[in-house]
Every structure is written in structure tokens, then in C-alpha cells.
Write a protein that binds this ligand. Structure first.
Ligand code: NAD
Ligand code: ZN
Length: 364
């Protein structure tokens, strides 16, 4: 089992462990029992994950004599709203959950974000532990303490910074994860490789070549590498004031494409297209070698993610979404670029003609 410590701002009460391994539920129970932190635990999960794993997780913790209840919410992004948070808090009240209660977010990014949010407001804040079950949650959303829910006006418009008290990553959960969801998480892993660790790209290329993308040893390696990169960045910039922006590589165009597709494209698919756009812009404006641009595109294609903007999608629609971003960010769109693999920086001003032309080049 891999273990790493996250320490935000050098404060002891903002320090927690990330554990990564396969079939680690028994150990999770033991660690929680040993720490003796809480009187009771409430697992929050969605109905789909609950059907697959809920009982097993609860039983593993109960085996250690922990008191555990389970609350379910509907699956999917549609459930990531304030009504669901209120429903969770009402259930917590009905269960008599008090300040000695710890929430366990068992699920993907949706469950993680809304449970983290509920934990940060229930009784003015109770602890939360993350037990991520999607690749995206294991490499991204469970680490870093951003919580949130969507409103009618947009995604993640309500939320808090609330670091978990621990993150337990059990790779065994990924066995039931559908391929589409798995690929979506891979997009973020490719992102980490591009911005921080070309070695991770070598590893991904090797696994593609050997057909071992879902093998345990490989997964444990790339998840640990990704967690380390994310935690290092979050430790330096918890509140997203600077460095943390580099995690948005591929996400500026990615978010615009995702919205322009009416969310028919998944987040990972959209980010994949956005990464190709960012790589090409980096080549054009900042000297990223053509062979690196080609390497990024080839890797994205080889894992089955899209590297082109869908034929039916209107470029002007994407561009107008990008200028909405511009208003949000106070006049400039923050594009993350790379000069070479592993060297990201934020570029505030990309001329619109260059952007339009680059996007045009991504039409099949
Ligand atoms: P998700 O949470 O919606 O999960 C996707 C689907 O997979 C759900 O239907 C779920 O029931 C199912 N599922 C989950 N685990 C499974 C498993 N092991 N086996 C079978 N099915 C399983 O999607 P996601 O991609 O994990 O998360 C997306 C969310 O994460 C978005 O809301 C996004 O805003 C958020 N996010 C947050 C951060 C952050 O820093 N907080 C970062 C990135 C993304
Ligand atoms: Zn993302």
C-alpha cells in the first residue's frame, strides 16, 4: 500500500493521509478504529455505487466495531444540487448525527463534492473522509478539498474549501467502473503527465502498447503519481490563487466544448480535445516541439479519447463560450500552456484569430 501525507499551509490540523492500494477496506476499518477519532460514521453514496459496493464497505467498517449508517442519493451530475445536500443533512438530523460524526464520501466526484459540501455546513462543519470509486475521483476530485454543487446558472457555483481528514483509494473499486468512465479519468492522468511528469506519459504509452491499462500494478503506479502531483500543487496553493491553475491544462477549451455539446461529451472527452488544442497553441506560440504535440495527440487517440472537435459542433459556439469565461475571469482567459513537456505556465492573452484558427484545425 502506498501512503502519502498532505500538509496544507504547514498546519497540523490541515494534515491528512492518502492511502492507495488494492482491496484495502479492512485496513480502512482498522485505521479508523485505531485513530478513534469518531463515535460514528455515516457513508454517503449514490444508489448505483451503493448497489455494487455499499454493503461491503459498511460491513468492513462494522467488523471493526465502528458504528456506521448509510445514506444514498440519486446518481449523476443532475443530483449535484443544493436540494440533494439538504436531503443529506435532513437524513443526518434524523439519524441523530452530531459533531462527533464523520461523513464518508463513497463514490465519484459528484458524491465527493456534495458530501464534502454537506460536511462543511452540517452543524457548522463535521469531518469528511473520501473513499473515491471512479478513476477521476481517485486521481483528482478526492484530493484538494474543493467541494461544491451546481446551480441553474452553472457548475460548481456553490461550494467551500474543506480538506478531508483522510483519503482511502481502493483500486478494486475500478473493476466495476464502465470503460467510458475509466477513459474519462485517464484524460486527467494524461494531463498530469503533460504538465508535470513526462515519465507518466512513458508509462501510459507502455500500458497502451501491452494492453495493460486496467492492470493493478499499473493503476497503482499512475494513481500514486497523479495524487503526488496534485497534492504537491494543492499544498502550495490550496485556494486556487496561482499555481493550482496549471491543473486546468486543457480545461479552458475543454469546458467550452463540454458545454457546447450540451454535456453529451463527457468531461474527460472534452478535456482530451482541450488538451490537443492547448498543445497545438503551445507549439504555435511557445515553441513546444512538433513531435511533442504529435505525441500528446497520439496518446489521447490510443486510449480511445477524442482528439478532434465533433464535425457537427459549431466553432462559433465554442468561441462564444470561451468569451463567457473571459467575463468571469475579469477580461482575460487563462490558458495553461507548456514550453516543453513538464513545464506549464499560464498565458493570459491568446489572440482570437490564433484561437479560431487552431480550433478550425481540430475539425475532422
Ligand atoms: P460521477 O461521480 O457522476 O460518477 C460517474 C458514474 O459512475 C455515476 O453514475 C456513479 O454512480 C458511477 N460509479 C461510480 N463509481 C463506480 C464504480 N466503481 N463502479 C461502477 N459505477 C460507478 O462522476 P465523476 O467523473 O467521478 O465525477 C465528476 C464530478 O467531479 C463533477 O461533478 C465534477 O465537477 C467533479 N470534480 C470535482 C473536482 C474537485 O476538485 N472537487 C475535480 C474534478 C471533478
Ligand atoms: Zn478535469
Amino acid at each position: 500500500m502506498n501512503q502519502m501525507n498532505v500538509n496544507i499551509g504547514g498546519k497540523a490540523d490541515h494534515s491528512y493521509e492518502i492511502y492507495i492500494g488494492e482491496e484495502i477496506l479492512d485496513r480502512v476499518g482498522m485505521i479508523l478504529a485505531r485513530d478513534g477519532r469518531a463515535q460514528r460514521y455515516v457513508i454517503v453514496t449514490d444508489t448505483r455505487i451503493d448497489a455494487l459496493h455499499g454493503e461491503r464497505v459498511q460491513a468492513a467498517l462494522e467488523k471493526m466495531d465502528l458504528r456506521v449508517d448509510r445514506i444514498t442519493v440519486p446518481p449523476g451530475e443532475e443530483a449535484k444540487g443544493i436540494e440533494t445536500v439538504l436531503a443529506v443533512t435532513e437524513r443526518l438530523t434524523a439519524l441523530g448525527a452530531d459533531r462527533q460524526t464523520v461523513l464518508i464520501a463513497l463514490g465519484g466526484g459528484v458524491v465527493g463534492d456534495l458530501t464534502g459540501f454537506a460536511a462543511s455546513i452540517y452543524l457548522r462543519g463535521i469531518p469528511v473522509i473520501q473513499l473515491p470509486t471512479t478513476l477521476l475521483a481517485q486521481v483528482d476530485s478526492s484530493i484538494g478539498g474543493k467541494t461544491g454543487v451546481d446551480t441553474a446558472a452553472g457548475k460548481n457555483l456553490l461550494g467551500t474549501f474543506n480538506q478531508p481528514k483522510g483519503v482511502f483509494i481502493d483500486i478494486a473499486f475500478l473493476k466495476t467502473l464502465p470503460d467510458e468512465m475509466f477513459k474519462s479519468g485517464l484524460a486527467e492522468v494524461i494531463k498530469y503527465g503533460i504538465i508535470e511528469s513526462p515519465g507518466l506519459l512513458d508509462d501510459l504509452e507502455g500500458a497502451v502498447a501491452s494492453g495493460g491499462l486496467r492492470e493493478t500494478a499499473f493503476l497503482e503506479r499512475i494513481i500514486a503519481a497523479a495524487c503526488r502531483i496534485k497534492k504537491d500543487i494543492v499544498e502550495l496553493d490550496e485556494r486556487d490563487r496561482g499555481l493550482r491553475r496549471i491543473l486546468n491544462f486543457g480545461h479552458t477549451v475543454g469546458h467550452a466544448v463540454e458545454a457546447a455539446s450540451g454535456y453529451a461529451l463527457s468531461h474527460g472527452e472534452s478535456v482530451a480535445i482541450g488538451m490537443v488544442a492547448a498543445a497545438r497553441l503551445s507549439g504555435r506560440l511557445h515553441g513546444l516541439p512538433v513531435e511533442d504535440v504529435a505525441r500528446i495527440e497520439a496518446l489521447i487517440r490510443s486510449v480511445g479519447l477524442p482528439d478532434r472537435i465533433p464535425a457537427e459542433m459549431d466553432l462559433e459556439e465554442i468561441l462564444s463560450r470561451l468569451s463567457l469565461d473571459k467575463k468571469k475571469e475579469g477580461g482575460t482567459i487563462h490558458f495553461v500552456m507548456i514550453r516543453k513537456l513538464g513545464t506549464p505556465f499560464v498565458n493570459g492573452g491568446i489572440p482570437e484569430e490564433v484561437l479560431r484558427d487552431t480550433l478550425k484545425g481540430l475539425k475532422p
